[in-house]
Design a protein around this ligand. Structure first.
Ligand code: SAH
Length: 220
């Protein structure tokens, strides 16, 4: 039974990679391989496991969501991370994005502001043996100063602007990817730290839950 379940989910995962990612132009082999490996069904509640590989976001409790596979792939590809990189993620949520990154880079530092989600993700990383993920329960809008600089920073919640303090924690050549805009709709922005300053590009439109904190939106 256990093996049949595993096989069922593996088939769905392969279909997800082919139909939702490759067919829509995700070309980074490392991203496709990582998303082909991470067991996304463990990152949602048992009741939603059967929908885990669907082409949509899913609720993870506390009014938060695990992002649609395609946007996870777009963001990860945009980050351009390589195997030696140390990456900061803000907004652990289910932990899925952190696990995808953990398959690709040296170490992932991930911060979550909601304690139950933080604890659940931590337990899951241990259970799935993601030993290169370091977790923290705090407001990620101020970054993680003691571990900076980072080769890449990924913010998986939408804020009104890119916090300067996060840019200051980027290594030279480092990239930050973040949804920036109003509470309802954002643009996915990539900022690259160059020897002389910062370069900013707009990648696409997107819709994320709110980044809440000192340099994000205020708590309601
Ligand atoms: N990367 C997640 C997506 C989670 S949704 C995944 O793969 O499932 C965004 C998450 O960001 C939520 O869990 C929310 O609580 C968290 N968040 C919002 N503001 C934050 C902040 N200032 N610091 C840390 N986490 C934050």
């Amino acid at each position: 039974m256990q093996t049949q379940e595993t096989l069922k989910f593996r088939r769905r995962r392969e279909a997800m990679v082919a139909e939702q990612l490759q067919a829509r132009g995700i070309h980074d082999a490392a991203v496709l391989a990582a998303m082909g490996r991470v067991p996304r069904h463990f990152f949602v509640s048992e009741a939603l496991m059967d929908q885990a590989y669907g082409d949509y976001p899913l609720p993870i409790g506390y009014q938060q969501t695990i992002s649609q596979p395609q946007i996870v792939a777009e963001m990860t590809q945009a980050l351009g991370a390589s195997s030696e990189d140390r990456v900061l993620e803000i907004g652990t949520g289910s932990g899925y994005q952190a696990a995808v990154l953990a398959e690709m880079v040296f170490r992932v530092y991930t911060i979550e502001r909601l304690q139950p989600l933080y604890m659940k993700a931590r337990r899951l990383f241990d259970a799935l043996k993601y030993h290169n993920i370091v977790t923290r329960y705090s407001d990620g809008t101020t970054g993680w100063k003691s571990e900076a600089p980072f080769d890449a920073i990924l913010v998986t919640a939408g804020g009104p602007l890119v916090p300067d303090v996060l840019l200051s924690q980027l290594a030279e050549g480092g990239r930050l990817v973040m949804p920036v805009g109003s509470a309802d709709v954002q643009q996915l922005v990539r900022v690259t730290r160059t020897p002389s300053g910062f370069e900013r590009e707009v990648l696409c439109s997107c819709r994320f839950v709110k980044l809440v904190g000192e340099h994000g939106w205020r708590e309601e």
